[in-house]
Design a protein around this ligand. Structure first.
Ligand SMILES: Nc1ncnc2c1ncn2[C@@H]1O[C@H](COP(=O)(O)OP(=O)(O)O)[C@@H](O)[C@H]1O
Ligand SMILES: [Mg+2]
Length: 152
């Protein structure tokens, strides 16, 4: 059976301080409407914040906007929440995509964890990035009983 979106919310966020909160608040509201466990909602919020802040901080998008789509998707009923964070900026290279860059032991700043955090907090993450922009598609099961040891 084909998967469908039961609810979908689209946001266009200007790249201004704190606007990422609108995306995380919307994610919370959607997740709460299907009774996702509060701990998992917190994980979802954090991943959404990191993805939006990355677009704000790194994309250098000429249009100054981040496009966020949040949806409850599944076959017969909502099974997971899927969030897409897209920008039309400069993109970044493959080796960074998986959050696999070796960290310097004594890195001067606590930076460089956003992508790793996103991968850990979400059940499935796909990132497409090139010189036309970046699209992060991430999803999290509504019911954690459906999540295997390594996510989906
Ligand atoms: N939307 C984006 N557009 C361009 N580059 C990005 C984007 N998201 C991530 N990056 C690149 O990936 C790197 C790693 O991101 P992240 O793990 O969140 O660490 P940090 O944001 O602390 O640098 C960033 O420094 C940036 O070079
Ligand atoms: Mg970051």
């Amino acid at each position: 059976m084909v998967e469908k979106a039961f609810r979908e919310v689209r946001l266009v966020l200007p790249m201004e301080p704190n606007r990422e909160v609108e995306a995380s608040e919307t994610a919370s509201a959607l997740a709460a409407s299907v009774e996702m466990h509060p701990d998992r909602v917190d994980e979802l919020r954090m991943a959404v914040l990191e993805a939006c802040i990355n677009a704000f901080e790194h994309s250098q998008a000429d249009d100054g906007k981040v496009y966020v789509t949040l949806a409850l998707v599944g076959r017969r009923q909502p099974e997971r929440i899927r969030i897409t964070v897209q920008d039309h900026g400069i993109g970044f290279s493959e080796e960074k995509v998986g959050g696999t860059i070796p960290r310097q032991a004594k890195a001067p700043r606590k930076r460089g964890w956003g992508l790793t955090i996103i991968h850990r907090l979400m059940d499935d993450v796909k990132i497409e990035s090139n010189e036309a922009g970046t699209m992060v598609v991430m999803s999290k099961q509504i019911d954690d009983a459906d999540v295997g040891e390594n996510g989906l």
